[in-house]
Design a protein around this ligand. Sequence first.
Ligand code: ADP
Ligand code: MG
Length: 246
Amino acid sequence: GVERSKMVEVRNVVKYFGRLKALDDVSFDVHDGEKVVIIGPSGSGKSTLLRSINKLEAIDGGRIVVDGIDLYSQQTDINKVREEVGMVFQSFNLFPHKTVLENITLAQLIVRKRSKKEAVEKAMMLLGKVGLAEKAAAYPGKLSGGQQQRVAIARSLAMDPKVMLFDEPTSALDPEMIGEVLDVMKSLAREGMTMVVVTHEMGFAREVADRVIFMDYGKIVEEGTPEHFFTNPSHERTKLFLSQIL
Ligand code: ADP
Ligand code: MG
């Protein structure tokens, strides 16, 4: 196949919370355009790992390189990381007192230093893409959870990230809204975005993931294609977990 460049390199990462080892020697790569889905029980370190890739945690060992930028080297500017890595959380975290449009233009103006005109154009283009152009002037509180999450995705995309991280993006949603958010993520995947997604949506994993990683107790227990995971997982812990969620 075509040789693809490494977009994310996670090497021997260790993270402690007090005496708890939340990440225990975690290593994996994500190539340009690749979609990786991370699964695992509650408390296994999935969120801590994603947060580390977005420099929201201080790691205690190892290194993380995104698009050639060593995230935890002294010289790395946090704004540079914010430009490279987009993150979408379970709780959409929109600014409640700003309109949808303002939510999507704010970081573009401050971090990206775009003109108002550029930022608004970009925001409107992205709102169109997530199917919410008519909500530009609304406040987040007036939107459904699914709509708010789509705004949060548009806000992240506005920074033109090289990689998008999703931490259980549909877990806080009513069931009827999960599909609309997954559809936006699937179209992003089709456009070639590099994505790391923590989710319990196994249909999404089957359909979109190039690779699935199973974590338990802060470690990567097993990784492979969705076919491998859903037909023939190797480890007892993986089998047990899958039997509980499928
Ligand atoms: P997951 O996302 O897989 O449910 P987390 O990464 O949130 O797991 O948590 C991994 C472990 O680290 C859990 O035992 C959790 O309680 C602990 N943990 C996470 N964040 C903190 C924190 N800020 N302070 C102390 N312990 C934490
Ligand atoms: Mg989590």
